[in-house]
Design a protein around this ligand. Sequence first.
Ligand code: HEM
Length: 234
Amino acid sequence: MRVEKTYIYTAFERFWHWMQAALIFFLAATGFEIHGSFSFFGFEEAVQYHRIAAYALIVLIVFAIFWHVTTGAWRQYVPTLENIRAYFNYYLFGIFRNAPHPTRKTVLSKLNPLQKLVYFGLKTLIIPVIVVSGLLYMFYRSLDANGVEGLNVGTLKIIAVTHTAAAFAIIAFIIAHIYLTTTGETIFSNLKAMLTGYEEHIEPEGGDDPEQGKRREFPPTSTESPDVLEEQGT
Ligand code: HEM
């Protein structure tokens, strides 16, 4: 047995991931306080903090879009049907039998086809809905004062319900996401990879010998050093 390390998450991706996680947790907490689910900061302060965190999230989203476009990393979210059957089987059956994942992550392709679908939906639907409905919620009064047609109390209700529904969708995603992070090689191996950038695999001695149960690899793994990968623009 030997431990093989593969570089998966670049420094920017790790920074983006944890900042986004912290901001979304804070927005969910303050948002549900505004909603009236519980009281911690008090309504007025919760509104102030929610707005500040919302601006911070928008700035982070702008940086993330810039990074994904300039590095070409956006390509990894484009949905594909390749290997989708293998992953349905894995999540329905294999995962409960401790079977290996059908493919292995690389720095250029870290999402499996089901993750691609879910993340694509999150980034092109849920996040835009929560940001746009949040901004409409924020600027509703000034839009209303400027006589924008079609805005009335009924519109505000639609905005609030849409924003809250998107918040529930994000929370459902987070619950599934946290559970699935525990289904790596060990409970904390995926978490560790998102902290250090490296994923560790325990390789049986004997390499390609099928008797030894070597994994199928698609696409081929990269064991390049981070410097080389950064130079490649990832
Ligand atoms: C850029 C992103 C966001 C913006 C601009 C935004 C903006 C707002 C605004 C302006 C309000 C109303 C506060 C008031 O009464 O003045 C609000 C409420 C709320 N927000 Fe956000 N928000 C954002 C992201 C989020 C996220 C990520 C979540 C949760 C995951 C969330 C959950 C909520 C909830 C639950 C409410 C209470 C809705 C209600 O009961 O009417 N928000 N948000």
